[in-house]
Write a protein that binds this ligand. Structure first.
Ligand code: ARG
Length: 472
């Protein structure tokens, strides 16, 4: 029998319940963490004299051999199998599987592994280890993306393009500046994951079912062996806390929101109307009927998958909201959303890196677009202010000029000096220089602005962030 709790039962489990209730179909993904935690638990049991050193040794050896066999593909963590006597066996979760296979391999000693431990603190530990590793993995993918973005920034400090508000051309910026905004978003995301990792890094092992145990467990030892800051403080909290999963999911949801915004922009920029970018063939698809099409499917897919990760977050928040202390079976529902969200988010980050590394920016089209649409109107008003006109009056004058230019189908800079003077005597020859695209961008050098000097500072800080991280 592969159930860990059969003693008190005379009847079997409903087939339907088994199908829906068994978690091995997905929690087998925790096999590595489960073995790691069990090895350390066994080591501690031996050191504390709770089981013999000899049994502890056998358990550790057995678990190590299971690990090797799973790694090499000789053993599969599967719901069904056969025991030594050829009897069919079924395992409800990864924990039952491990204990059964271990006992098959080493005999009696295997049955002593679970001394002073419950599946409640066991699964709490496995999930913490898994989410901790995932924080680092997703963090690594984000750093790669930041590297690709920084590369685009460094190459495009004088690639002029329109900056938008309300998706209407507003003021000219540079491509470096635009991507600098995304650098900041993804940098904060990476930092959030680091925070999440720091906060979750305490060991629940030794909390037992909910109330600790009467055995003299050394929780500080197991915590330190597993790379935790220390043991968690309250055993009831430890077996029922899934805050860190929710925090992790919310960090991933934020990453997806940022990826989705960037995707949306790339989709717009890739449209026939904008033509700011061209995506590499590797990241586009064609149409089965319209031969002319080259669709930005990857960006659309990332935008679409965002809903899935939001779903995972809401799903777990909802699962947890009505659960009384301590462990309840509901908590088994933490795994699938976390697994799905990490696969989705990590995959999307890496896809975005690949797409951005190969995208072609059409600098000429961007620059031409920046010169149309009156992106220099603010600078024209500022020009009059410098000449002594109050800003509110200057705003009105330029507004009338824009109206005039729209009717004539020209840009402000295309007006003759006489035309300028008809609107205000303060205009002089130097107006052309003052409202040129280059001046509009390059004069903006307040911290965080697109001007070359400000941008160089920003790039320096971005580079320092990535360098500090590669050392950490
Ligand atoms: N498969 C269970 C889970 O993932 C393991 C914990 C079982 N504990 C229990 N008291 N039934 O939550």
């Amino acid at each position: 029998m592969a159930q860990l709790w059969g003693g008190r039962f005379t009847g079997g489990t409903s087939e339907l319940f088994k199908k829906l209730g068994d978690s091995i179909y997905f929690d087998r993904r925790l096999w590595r963490e489960d073995i790691e935690g069990s090895i350390v638990h066994a080591k501690m049991l031996g050191r504390q004299g709770i089981i013999s050193e000899e049994d502890a040794g056998k358990i550790i050896e057995g678990l190590s051999s299971i690990r090797e066999d799973i790694e090499s593909g000789r053993l599969e963590v599967a719901p069904d199998g056969f025991d030594r006597d050829g009897e069919r066996v079924h395992y409800e979760d990864v924990h039952s599987f491990m204990e059964a296979v271990l006992t098959e391999r080493i005999g009696e000693a295997g049955k002593r592994l679970h001394t002073g431990r419950s599946r409640n603190d066991q699964v709490a530990l496995d999930m913490r280890l898994f989410v901790r590793r995932s924080c680092s993995e997703v963090g690594g993918s984000l750093l790669e993306l930041l590297g690709v973005i920084l590369d685009i920034m460094e190459k495009n400090t004088n690639t002029y393009m329109p900056g938008f508000t309300h998706l209407q051309k507003a003021q000219p910026v540079t491509l470096a500046h635009h991507f600098g905004a995304y650098f900041e978003m993804f940098r904060r995301d990476a930092e959030r994951l680091r925070d999440c990792r720091r906060r979750l890094n305490y060991s629940p092992l030794g909390s037992g079912a909910l109330a600790g145990t009467t055995y003299p467990l050394d929780r500080a030892y197991t915590a330190s062996e597993l790379g935790f800051e220390g043991p968690t403080r309250n055993s009831m909290d430890s077996v029922s806390d899934r805050d860190y999963c929710i925090e992790f999911l919310s960090d991933l949801a934020m990453v997806m929101m940022h990826l989705s915004r960037l995707s949306e922009e790339l989709i717009i920029w890739n449209s026939n109307e904008y033509r700011f970018v061209e995506m590499d063939d590797a990241y586009s698809t064609g149409s089965s009927i319209m031969p002319q099409k080259k669709n930005p499917d990857v960006a659309e897919l990332i935008r679409g998958k965002t809903g899935r990760v939001y779903g995972a977050l809401i799903s777990l928040l909802t699962t947890m909201k009505g659960i009384p202390l301590a462990y309840d079976k509901d908590m088994q529902e933490d795994k699938e959303p976390v697994f799905d969200a990490i696969d989705t988010a990590d995959g999307c980050i890496r896809l975005m890196s690949g797409m951005l590394a190969t995208i072609r920016f059409r600098k000429d089209v961007m620059e031409a677009s920046a010169t149309r649409g009156f992106t220099n109107a603010t600078d024209a008003a500022d020009y009059l202010v410098v000449k002594g006109v109050p800003f509110r009056d200057a705003h009105g004058i330029i507004g009338r000029i824009v109206l005039y230019c729209i009717e004539k189908g020209i840009g402000i800079e295309e007006m003759s000096l006489e035309e300028f003077k008809d609107f205000s005597p303060f205009f002089e020859e130097d107006v052309y220089e003052a409202i040129s695209l280059k001046t509009c961008v390059e004069k903006r050098n307040t911290t965080g602005a697109p001007g070359m000097a400000a941008m160089q500072e920003e790039i320096k800080a971005c580079r320092a962030f990535l360098a500090a991280d590669s050392k950490a």
